[in-house]
Structure formats: C-alpha cells, structure tokens
Design a protein. Structure first.
Length: 96
C-alpha cells in the first residue's frame, strides 16, 4: 500500500469509527453531551495518531509540502467529522 492509500484509509476509518461510537452512545443514553464527547474522543484519537504517523513519514526537509498538505487535510477532516457528528446527534435527539 502506498502512503496515499493509507492516508485515505485512515480518513475513512476515522469517519466510520466516530460515527459508530457517537451514534451508538446516543442510541443507548439518549444524551447529546455524553455521545458527542465519546465521538469526539474517538475522532481526536484517530486523527492525532494519524497526524503523528504522517509527520514521521514525511519528516525530511524536502518533504515539507507533503507534510503540511497532509496535516492540513487531516485537520479539515477532523473539523468536518465533528460538525457531521454534532448535527447527526442533534437530529437524532429531536426525533427521539
């Protein structure tokens, strides 16, 4: 596997795990705060680990563009995932 395919695989896993944990906790507890915190914790762990891995892979000075571009992509994915999680749980709370 190339670094690019691992990069996108990590992003996909981050979205799926965050959604499954956040929505799963919401279905069990029916509490928005607890479920959002659980989903956010998983999201933070996945993307922090991914960022550390990416920074180690592209640690040489000639790879600085790839390093910054990849970390920027992980940051955008993290924020998008948080927004999607919050609104999915908010809709679930209003319908329960």
């Amino acid at each position: 596997m190339t670094y690019d395919s691992i990069y996108w695989l990590i992003m996909g896993i981050g979205f799926v795990l965050t959604g499954v944990v956040g929505i799963g906790v919401m279905l069990k507890t029916r509490r928005l705060g607890a479920s959002f915190i659980a989903g956010s914790a998983v999201n933070t762990l996945v993307f922090a680990a991914a960022g550390i891995w990416w920074a180690q892979v592209f640690s040489s000075p000639e790879d600085s563009f790839s390093l910054m571009f990849g970390l920027f992509g992980f940051g955008i994915a993290f924020v998008n995932n948080e927004v999607l999680l919050f609104f999915a749980q908010l809709i679930m709370r209003n319908r329960m």
